[in-house]
Design a protein around this ligand. Structure first.
Ligand code: HAM
Length: 418
């Protein structure tokens, strides 16, 4: 029969890579614990409305990239293209604002976007992200930005630059919108069909267009930073000041508008130039007012999400190996029936004590078992044959230096006590 392959834009994370993923995730979990963020797990699919309302009707994500389908009950559901909208839905629905504020949440999730796959861009991908509710102050913006920064530092990644912008509030954006429309109208005929549509609906999206012609036209477009109101300017300045106190380098990039509609004020991206066209490892920003769109009371929000696949790519590119130590402390090499039973008994006791012990399952020769033990990186091996069982003692071999040590079988446990 013909083989079945994985769907386009998806990838298997095989055992030889999953150790690195686990290690990365455990560093992220540790950092979240240090900062006081707790994990939230929301459904992989939501009512489609969650993303239409949350992410925004005119965004590429909603118009082109969602995996939307009708379930057997005739409801329109969507595989989450990102984490924030579902978390805001959950925050409001579960009344998390009644607990101690600010609410500090993190997540590690799968997301789905029907995009054209390329390096660093998949249809199923993973995000590690944070969402913080209830903190309007710029100190929160800088704190959120500091976590990915600290993560990069912790794993020894250099050269990932922080691009920062403020896209103001509704008032600043209303004025900016007028300026943008006036600017782009001059060249309306030359814009791509999507951007022509965007011109009245959401002109800021034009700044995000990938088409060469639109990018050329957008080159001299007015900058949002020139349209910030007093409060937004002050907020932005304070974020920058906190970042300086934290010794976090940044570059103000007024071109960053982000691909999702819910942002206001601070937006940011961490970008690498080492992994090709899809270099944005992490993106985020403030989204005050989003809780109201989900029928909740107003609560400010801010967060980011990091693409796990892109994070793994930058690590690989930098030659940083986060291999988790999933090794084997002892590999038992039993020869014959009697020894197999003894191996199982010994392993049973050691496993209960937390020792990572394995034994042969295939009744192979000593040589073949040794070779296997070497392949899986066993630290020590022990051959169990009739003579060892009669004597009640066996030889433990240290695989790294070849040294040997005879140990009584009933004293094995002490050997593995830390
Ligand atoms: P986003 O910029 O759409 O923001 O995605 C965040 C990150 O997810 C990107 O920087 C990228 O690393 C990764 N990513 C996005 N699409 C793909 C893809 N097709 N394949 C691989 N990786 C991808 C958000 O999703 C917001 N929810 C972030 C946020 C949280 N803002 C506030 N809170």
């Amino acid at each position: 029969m013909a083989q079945i392959t994985a769907p386009k834009g998806t990838q298997d994370i095989l055992p030889k890579e999953s150790g690195r993923w686990q290690k990365a995730e455990s560093i992220m979990r540790e950092l979240c614990a240090q900062y006081g963020f707790k994990e939230i797990r929301t459904p992989v699919f939501e009512h489609t409305e969650v993303f239409v309302r949350g992410v925004g009707e005119t965004t590429d994500v909603v118009t082109k990239e969602m995996y939307t389908f009708e379930d057997k009950g005739g409801r329109s559901v969507t595989l989450r293209p990102e984490g924030t909208a579902g978390i805001v839905r959950s925050f409001v629905e579960n009344g998390l604002f009644n607990e101690a504020l600010p609410t500090k949440l993190f997540y590690m999730i799968q997301c789905f976007r029907y995009e054209k796959p390329q390096k660093g861009r998949l249809r199923e991908f993973h995000q590690f992200g944070l969402e913080l509710f209830g903190a309007p102050d710029p100190i929160a913006d800088a704190t959120i930005i500091s976590l990915p920064y600290r993560l990069f530092k912790k794993v020894g990644l250099e050269g990932i630059s922080l691009e920062l912008n403020s896209i103001g509030c509704k008032e600043c954006r209303a004025k900016y919108r007028e300026a943008l429309i006036a600017y782009f109208q001059k060249d309306e005929e030359q814009l791509c069909p999507t951007c022509r549509e965007r011109l009245q609906k959401n002109p800021m999206r034009i700044l995000d267009c990938k088409s060469e012609i639109c990018r050329g036209i957008a080159k001299d477009a007015p900058l949002i930073t020139d349209y910030l109101c007093g409060d937004c300017s002050e907020h932005f300045e304070a974020v920058k000041e906190y970042l300086s106190i934290m010794k976090i380098d940044y570059r103000v990039n007024p071109r960053i508008v982000r691909g999702l509609d819910y942002y206001n004020r601070t937006v940011f991206e961490f970008v690498s130039d080492q992994i090709g066209a899809q270099g944005t490892v992490c993106g985020g920003g403030r989204y005050d007012g989003m809780t109201e769109q989900f029928g909740g009371a107003p609560q400010p929000g801010i967060g980011f999400a990091m693409g796990m696949e892109r994070f793994m790519l930058v690590l690989e590119q930098a030659g940083i190996n986060l291999e988790e130590d999933n090794g084997c402390d002892l590999f038992l090499i039993p020869l014959g029936d009697r020894a197999c039973k003894e191996a199982v008994r010994i392993a049973d006791e050691l496993l209960d004590r937390g020792v990572r012990v394995q034994y042969d399952l295939l009744r192979r020769s000593v040589k073949a078992q040794m070779k296997y033990a070497d392949k899986i990186g066993a630290a020590r091996t022990m051959v169990l044959g009739d003579s060892e069982l009669d004597e009640g003692a066996a030889t433990i071999k240290n695989m790294a230096d070849g040294s040997q040590k005879k140990v009584a079988l009933n004293e094995l446990q002490e050997e593995f006590e830390q």
